[in-house]
Design a protein around this ligand. Sequence first.
Ligand code: NI
Length: 190
Amino acid sequence: MILPIAAYGNPVLRKVAADITPDYPGLAELIENMFETMHKADGVGLAAPQVNLSIRLFVVDGSPLKDTDPLLEGYKRTFINARIIERFGDEWAYNEGCLSVPGIREDIMRPAKIKIKYFDEKFNAMEDIFDGMRARIIQHEYDHIEGILFPDRVNPFKRRLIKGKLTDIAKGKVDIHYKMNFPVKKSVIF
Ligand code: NI
């Protein structure tokens, strides 16, 4: 099932998300729906707050970017209750976008490598080190469960330049090919 994606300005995107337990209702179905929603919207990652749930869950599928980084071929994973325990290596810039912030892309600096603890979709405890685009995508999604969006990471000068566009997104004044929830309701004129 395709889920509507929360647009910039929606308060759920600003909350620090909560851990879940293996008996979280409908977890397997939710994960399946998140993959379907992400694929339909041509995204490489999707976090639960983006589908209006403030829980520490995100999914990634880097396959569409395999030409950028061959390690992304078939790289499809679920991260539950994730904690990045170390970020290291040189910071590098990549032109990021976000399904909750359509029509805007900015160069974002992030550390090259991460060490992360999480549970997979079957609640197996995992600990991995990632680099390259995999570390990039995970850090972007991890930001979502911490209530952070990529425009927060651009410098104040650039942020001022995109402020109008961000306001337009919150008002629904944006062209998209997928289903979204906009926080600012259109005013009703009697
Ligand atoms: Ni995003």
